[in-house]
Design a protein around this ligand. Structure first.
Ligand code: FMN
Length: 383
């Protein structure tokens, strides 16, 4: 398997060939003109590494501790609703791969695997649950209670997904939400017989069309139906609602979608234990800044007080090392994990994580650092 995928870009190419086009583009592409998507990568290219020589770099370690737990790498799997369409029960595959690699796995509200199933099937994993603040906030609170009862260690509140997104290529491909069968996407699926047999038909022959398993029981619909209004993103939520979440959640509480120091400070003041600097992988606001550019401002404002994480566009171990240098405790990966899952389920996800591990290790040697904790701001030069 390693022969076919030497890096994340190779995994992406394999995923492109395996998945129906509409599904691949749903995962891979960005909002509107994809300026944010491209800029997420360009921002990494503009940051250069500044190595030191003649340092003893034997006995290396990528271990970090966040939220009172030790993990083997400064990496976590980001919440993505559609892991279960990459592979049959893809979210379980991701959670198990994360557990075996000693890193956290974040389950999306929109997952087709339930909170309880993941806790049961990936026993021993560090699990975080991602929450949307819905119009009917009591339904969001019920999800939190389920996550707490299932032993989830962290709750991620995503704050950047209020606007209903209309990505033009998804509409053209017939892959907007809810997913609808059209002549074009049926033809698309027929062009990928392996995915059809291994994923879609296996679902249809066993449990039926995948459902949003975390939705309240009465509203639990398949991915081809429209979610009820109660589960639409609320446009009226404020930091006060976040404070209510804080009062109901005892474990680590994380705000995802931070793009300025002010909001990071606000999150801290409202009781957050951590933030994720994120532009949702360039999928929502096309003119958003690249999170890696925002990171130093956030780290300066709240670093050392709460946990600072970052995502969007991480594809190489060197990107993770740059983020460490700029003040991140941990990095989340969305698409790289999905590409791996599309390739080979749990093994493919494990391969994506392993690619990052190997690359981070190589860069640590090259810049003269024994551990990820030794990486300093002076190891990078920003434009
Ligand atoms: C297909 C897809 C679905 C996603 N679904 C969610 C979601 O349900 N909740 C959420 O907070 N973020 C979601 N995200 C955003 C990711 O959590 C993460 O912020 C983003 O993927 C990071 O960028 P990257 O893909 O370049 O690593 C999704 C991303 C993708 C690609």
């Amino acid at each position: 398997m390693t022969m076919h995928a030497l890096n994340i870009d190779d995994l992406r190419e394999i995923a492109r060939r395996r998945l129906p086009r509409g599904l691949f583009e749903f995962v891979d592409r960005g909002a509107e003109d994809e300026v944010a998507l491209r800029n997420n990568r360009l921002a990494f290219e503009a940051i250069k590494l500044n190595p030191r020589g003649l340092v003893d770099v034997s006995d290396r370690s990528q271990e970090i501790s966040i939220f009172g737990r030790t993990q083997q790498m400064p990496l976590a799997i980001a919440p993505t609703g559609c892991a279960g369409l990459m592979w049959m029960h893809g979210a379980i595959a991701q959670a198990r791969a994360a557990r075996d690699a000693g890193i956290p796995f974040a389950l999306s509200t929109a997952s087709t695997s339930s909170i309880e199933t993941i806790a049961e099937q990936a026993h021993g994993a560090t699990l975080w649950f991602q929450l949307y603040l819905w119009n009917d906030i009591t339904l969001s609170h019920q999800l939190m209670a389920r996550a707490a009862a299932s032993g989830y260690h962290g709750l991620i509140v995503t704050i950047d997904s209020i606007a209903k997104y209309e990505r033009e290529y998804n509409i053209r491909n017939g892959f907007s939400m809810p997913f609808r069968l059209t002549r074009r996407n049926v033809a698309d699926v027929l062009m990928r017989p392996r995915w059809l047999a291994d994923v879609l038909l296996r679902y249809l022959l066993t449990s039926g069309m995948p459902k949003y398993e975390n939705y309240p029981r009465l509203a639990r619909r398949s991915i081809t139906s429209t979610p009820g209004k109660a589960m639409s993103m609320s446009e009226t939520m404020t930091w006060e609602d976040f404070r209510t979440v804080r009062s109901k959640w005892q474990q680590a509480l994380i705000v995802k979608g931070i793009l300025c120091a002010d909001d990071a400070i606000r999150a801290r003041d409202c009781g957050a234990d951590g933030v994720v600097v994120s532009n949702h992988g360039g999928r929502h606001l096309d003119s958003a800044r690249a999170p890696i550019d925002v990171l130093p401002e956030v780290a300066e404002a709240v670093g050392g007080q709460i946990t600072v994480m970052v995502d969007s566009g991480f594809r190489r171990g060197s990107d993770v090392v740059k983020a460490r240098a700029l003040g991140a405790d941990c990095v989340l990966i969305g698409r790289p994990a999905l590409y791996g899952t599309a390739y080979a389920g749990q093994e493919g996800t494990a391969l994506a994580i392993e690619i990052f591990r190997r690359e981070i290790d190589r860069v640590l040697v090259q810049i003269g650092c024994k551990t990820v904790n030794d990486v300093r701001p002076t190891h990078v030069v920003r434009p």
